[in-house]
Design a protein. Structure first.
Length: 132
């Protein structure tokens, strides 16, 4: 799973570079439909909460400042989701470079976390000198 998380941005950049963004979006649509199919085939018990739109609006009205903070935080998050990839793309100028940038950034996040969790030290202790 970690391998996929590290390579998917690079593969997406390669796909956009080779076939353009329409091919990339078609591939994303294919995988989204595939995931919906697998979700429907799962026998997961669904939970249902009886909440109406009117109750949600009353809650937002009752807690105005918390609602405003929540909406502002969401707006900032959405701005970052749009601004960071566009800034990197316009700085690097190529789709493949964009995918490589995000793959590299994920590697730089995964390595310290793996080191902190002790995974790397356990892996190094399990490797014998003859295996190197």
């Amino acid at each position: 799973r970690a391998f996929l998380l590290l390579t998917v941005p690079l593969l997406g950049g390669a796909l956009a570079s080779l076939g353009g963004f329409p091919l990339l979006f078609l591939a994303a649509l294919f995988f989204a439909c595939l995931s919906l199919l697998f979700t429907q085939l799962m026998s997961e018990k669904r939970t249902h909460y009886d909440t109406s739109f009117r109750e949600v609006m009353a809650l937002l009205k009752r807690h105005r400042w918390a609602s405003l903070a929540y909406m502002g935080n969401s707006a900032v998050g959405n701005a970052y989701v749009a601004a960071v990839p566009l800034t990197v793309y316009f700085s690097l100028g190529h789709e493949l470079s964009l995918g490589a940038f995000f793959s590299l950034s994920m590697v730089l996040v995964v390595i310290p976390r793996a080191a902190k969790s002790g995974f790397i030290s356990e892996l190094m202790n399990s490797v014998t000198p003859s295996q190197l």
